[in-house]
Design a protein around this ligand. Structure first.
Ligand code: PMP
Length: 351
């Protein structure tokens, strides 16, 4: 009868990581450019002997580099194994009441999985028809608010002022703003952590820093908020971050110019891609991320998805009533996106 007592959950389904070559892989919002040159240097000089020792449980080399990059006190920074780990720790730490937490009905599909895993009651708030968040919907009683901004998979951005209004109306619960994609054109609410002691801003190395494979995420909040998260982390797993990840993450942060250059390149390619997709009859909410969530005016989504796949182009198609007509296309290099547009043009002509 042990099965009666299993904590049964319906897990999150990550995007495919196929082992085929020659694939234009635009399904998991990875960055098409390599990580900063400093990361390669760390790898080249890595000494495996060091791995016999545990890593620094306080992750100080990485936390210090984040503190320098963002001009934030060390005590206001939390790091984890990707922002998934950071977000999961935040859910576990802060959402412990019987009142439902709020997040949009179309958003990062891990939020409801963590809520179910940790037995946190939640309410999903419908987005507006244009995929925007209506801030007034978050002025009701709740146990917490979680917003991905810019949102995923829609790409839509909620202006700074609206996020602040939501914070202003939710002073007695923790508001998590998941800024996984904010570097690509959103406006971070990081400057608000000193004004709102209930704000947790979460970011990642997986997108704008080209380090999805290393697994580094981080969060900013007031000292008290971060202390509570650290207490939970040290009650869960002291050594979350491995030695090479700490060193490589810090090296990546030391190269601001490279970071800015690559983010600008992705944004430029995204804007070009938007124009081309429009020309081909796609419509989408304006994206401030490294992906575009688009539907075609006449050709069925699944047909386009399958034909792209046959042409070795992998994008993402989510299940669910509202999103079933949409493809999420991550932004690759100029060359990759040129091939995508040419291929789409060919596919659409066949129909
Ligand atoms: N938040 C959002 C909105 C995301 O799309 C992702 C990427 N799947 C994550 C968080 C997690 O990213 P990571 O764990 O790689 O930092």
């Amino acid at each position: 009868m042990w099965e009666d007592y299993v904590r049964k959950v319906e897990p999150y389904v990550p995007g495919e990581q196929p082992k085929v070559s020659n694939l234009i892989k635009l399904n998991t919002n990875e960055n098409p450019y390599p990580p900063a040159p400093g990361v390669f240097e760390v790898l080249k000089h890595a000494d495996a002997t060091e791995l016999k020792k545990y890593p620094d449980p306080t992750c100080s080399v990485l936390v210090d580099a984040l503190a320098d990059f963002y001009h934030v006190d060390r005590e206001k920074i939390f790091v984890g194994v990707g922002s998934d780990d950071v977000l999961s720790m935040a859910f576990l730490t802060f959402y412990n009441s019987d009142v439902p937490i709020l997040f949009p009905n179309i958003t990062y599909s891990f939020y409801d999985v963590w809520a179910n895993l940790y037995r946190i009651p939640y309410k999903q708030i419908p987005l507006m028809e244009d995929f925007s968040v209506r801030k007034e919907d978050y002025y009701q009683a709740n146990g917490g608010v979680v917003l991905a901004n810019p949102n995923a998979p829609t790409g839509a951005n909620l202006p700074f002022k609206d996020v602040e209004d939501i914070l202003e109306h939710n002073r007695d619960v923790v508001v998590i703003v998941d800024e996984a994609y904010a570097d690509f054109g959103g406006e971070s609410v990081l400057p608000l952590i000193d004004k709102y002691d209930n704000l947790l801003v979460v970011q990642t190395f997986s997108k704008s820093r080209s380090l999805a494979g290393l697994r580094i995420g981080y969060a900013f909040g007031c000292k008290k908020l971060i202390k509570y998260m650290l207490d939970v982390k040290f009650s869960f797993n002291s050594y979350t971050m491995n030695r090479p990840a700490l060193e490589m993450g810090a090296a990546s942060l030391r190269d601001r110019a490279y970071f800015e250059e690559k983010v600008a390149a992705v944004i430029k390619t995204r804007e070009w891609t938007k124009g081309e997709l429009k020309r081909l009859g796609f419509s989408f909410a304006d994206s401030k991320t490294n992906f575009i969530f688009a539907r075609h005016e006449s050709v069925p989504r699944d047909y386009i998805f399958t034909r792209l796949r046959e042409e070795n182009i992998l994008v993402r198609a989510f299940k669910g009533d509202i999103v079933k007509d949409y493809l999420r296309i991550s932004i690759g290099t100029d060359e990759e996106m040129r091939v995508v547009i040419e291929t789409l043009e060919k596919i659409l002509k066949e129909k």
